[in-house]
Design a protein around this ligand. Sequence first.
Ligand code: ARG
Length: 491
Amino acid sequence: MGRGDVAPSVQALRLTSCYQIVIEGIVSDLTDGSAEVWSNRFEQGLNPVIERFNASIGFDIALLQEDLDGSIAHARMLGNCGVISAEEMTQIERGLETIRAEAASGAFQPDIADEDIHFAVERRLIALLGPVGKKLHTGRSRNDQVGTDLRLWLRRRIDELDQQLLQFQQALLGKAESHRQTLIPGYTHLQRAQPLCLAHHLLAYVEMLQRDRDRLVDVRGRVNISPLGAAALAGTSVPIDRKQTASTLDFQAVYANSLDAVSDRDFAVEFTAAAALVMAHLSRLAEEVIFWASEEFAFVRLTDRCATGSSLMPQKKNPDVPELVRGKCGRVFGHLQGLLTMIKGLPLAYNKDFQEDKEALFDVVRTTCDCVEAMTILIEEGLEFCPKRLSSAVESDFSNATDVADYLVAKGVPFREAYQLVGSVVKHCLEQGILLRDLSPQQWQAFHPAIEQDLLKALEPQQVVAARISEGGTGFVRVEEQLIQWRSQLG
Ligand code: ARG
């Protein structure tokens, strides 16, 4: 780019990924459309502060690819319907592809004067093609255009997020497969409850993530409906074919009502709600990893790949990754609230308030994807379970107390009676500072004559876990079934 092409006083915005933008100090004047945007009704330009306040190009440049895709579909349809000539249709499509190439090379750098990505593209097209470029916007408004772009963008991001969630499930499954026989204390109220097979614990997250993925499929269905051709709010008198643009863009249907088409942002709320649950699930695991890694638990060791040190205390190893994941939930939950508040009370149809949907949605996608990716790496290479520490943990508590009750139940003692009895056994042991396994056969007999020698075997943690073979339970045979089922489902 030569020096003559730049206007150093204006800040340009550069897209560095599908949702990240950096501000640079220079801008090209490629779009060169000194505010020929509005109709001749306008005599004065915008106050510069208001121009900046109004502009969305700083973030909606992320929609560039989708804006080009949508415009190409629209131009083809206009050509096929005879609204523009075949020659014009080809010229417009080539012009739009030129803009795509310019964006790839970094030459397309719209600025604040372009207001938003839709104007930026249109103005560049007009600069490239002249009068033919002015035909693109026939039978369409920015209102249906922006809705189309955002849906196309979100549809792609949903597919990417789904892939990342799949990889996360695979990472958890891999860990679970290598811990088929490892035990871990199970908790309720964060109090030791009953020992578990570690694979069973990890598979619980695989289940949650599957629900997250199912929810995304469901949301995707409602994202995948075309508003294009609803025009500003009322449809158009131009003989367009909405089904044609919808099918070119792979939408499964078109909105039946033009007002609803341009003013529906339910899909943004729904997606954010689905992402909020993903984040909630990640943060539950994050919280567990944080306390597992503490010296008090020491169930896992953080590897150097995913842990950080302290600037002051040389002995420290900090679980920054799960802490950040836990902390980032606030953003996504906040955006859900923000989006709901944004649409609440809006009269039909389009209102500029909708411009606020983008930064929220972009941040939701970036935050959620980043967190899923980071947690996947954490599981794959960031932590190692400490089997010795885990087995000594499950051996030194009363988490086998229920099994004494179950033993008595098998001998015909009613459960509530057995439950009360084991309560007094535990009380006795606590007073003596001993565990259940430390009681002699005579002591057991004194508590209940039905108790025989074989109880001791039933109280061993491996046996306690192995015995829980009800459907969905932590018994090794049940967990094995689950591991096989997930492996065949996830590949
Ligand atoms: N930048 C706008 C948005 O994000 C595009 C639509 C503008 N339409 C309008 N009538 N002002 O929603």
